[in-house]
Design a protein around this ligand. Structure first.
Ligand SMILES: [Zn+2]
Length: 58
């Protein structure tokens, strides 16, 4: 698998892909994983990447 979340890819993202995870509320984490909900896509950190979309409240 390619390293999609490292290096130049991160530099092209706003704030280098860092922010506050809407699920665990940690700040300064890389929001690299998208969880597809019913009508929106939520970006979460790697800790929360396996959380089912219906468990995400944000
Ligand atoms: Zn998180």
């Amino acid at each position: 698998m390619a390293k999609n979340n490292r290096g130049k890819t991160l530099k092209n993202l706003p704030a280098h892909g860092r922010g506050q995870c809407p699920h665990c509320n940690r700040t300064g984490v890389k929001l690299m994983y998208e969880i597809k909900g019913e009508n929106k896509t939520i970006k979460v950190c790697k800790v929360c990447k396996n959380t089912p979309a219906d468990k995400l409240t944000a």
